[in-house]
Design a protein around this ligand. Structure first.
Ligand SMILES: C[S@@+](CC[C@H](N)C(=O)[O-])C[C@H]1O[C@@H](n2cnc3c(N)ncnc32)[C@H](O)[C@@H]1O
Length: 231
């Protein structure tokens, strides 16, 4: 059963996306209706992701670790004619996401099942799932789960080379050392700017390759969260 909050949030976000905007109240409804607060992106991060997904330059969006963020990007991609590729390592969660996207009639998302593969220093998604992707404009790094060997470090070997010159990268959970190291690695390639957002125990990083256009207006911060801490 889909919650009323979720379907109303989807409806509102869809309507605003068709007008090139993001209905932040609709987004909050969608987040509440998804009801997975321990695992999903914060509302603050979702607002930021939605603003970046709305940019003209965001043609191909790649996400590692699917959930409500995939739905949000999918709704915006549907309105804009862009594309979302989401890698998911958990078969059951992959099935749930495929069914949810189908029920919501979101066709712009390619949910790809990519089980974790044992690498030299880390486990990461089966990278063959990315073979056909040439260029990524927006990369959301929110998986694999925090208990994965090597954390999310595999992203630097497999995704960095695909990033467009003006790509934006959003990495969740940079309050943890491995994710912050990963953000630093993304920030060290080419000219970039990096900012950290959220409260001290739950932070995400935004890395913008220099030259990327800014969102038309800065996403507003939820009242209970602290101002961004720039690094
Ligand atoms: C941090 S979550 C990704 C969250 C997603 N980006 C969002 O905003 O909803 C990373 C992975 O955790 C797993 N996951 C998500 N929700 C879960 C839950 N409620 N219980 C167990 N695993 C979950 C999925 O495999 C997902 O790819």
């Amino acid at each position: 059963m889909m919650s009323v909050l979720l379907s109303d949030g989807v409806r509102r976000l869809r309507l605003s996306a068709s007008r090139g905007r993001v209905d932040e109240e609709g987004l909050a409804e969608l987040w509440l209706g998804w009801n997975n607060p321990q695992w999903c992106a914060t509302i603050e991060m979702l607002n930021m992701v939605a603003a970046f997904a709305t940019r003209q330059s965001a043609r191909t969006m790649l996400e590692c670790g699917s959930g409500v963020s995939t739905i949000v990007m999918g709704i915006i991609a549907e309105a804009r004619g862009s594309r979302v590729v989401a890698l998911e390592a958990d078969r059951a969660w992959h099935g749930l996401m495929v069914n949810t996207l189908k029920r919501l009639r979101i066709r712009s998302v390619e949910m790809r099942y990519a089980p974790l593969v044992h690498g030299e220093s880390s486990d990461w998604y089966d990278a063959s799932a990315l073979d056909d992707i040439e260029r990524v404009d927006l990369f959301i790094c929110d998986g694999p789960t925090g208990d994965t060997r090597g954390g999310r470090s595999g992203a630097s070997s497999h995704v960095l080379r695909m990033l467009a010159p003006r790509a934006v990268i959003v990495i969740d959970d940079v309050h943890r050392a491995p994710e912050q190291d990963l953000a630093n690695r993304f920030g060290q390639v080419g000219e970039t700017s990096m900012s950290r957002w959220g409260r001290p125990d739950r932070q995400f990083a935004v890395i913008e390759r220099i030259g990327a256009e800014r969102p038309r207006r800065a996403p507003s911060l939820p009242a209970r969260q602290v101002s961004p801490a720039y690094v």
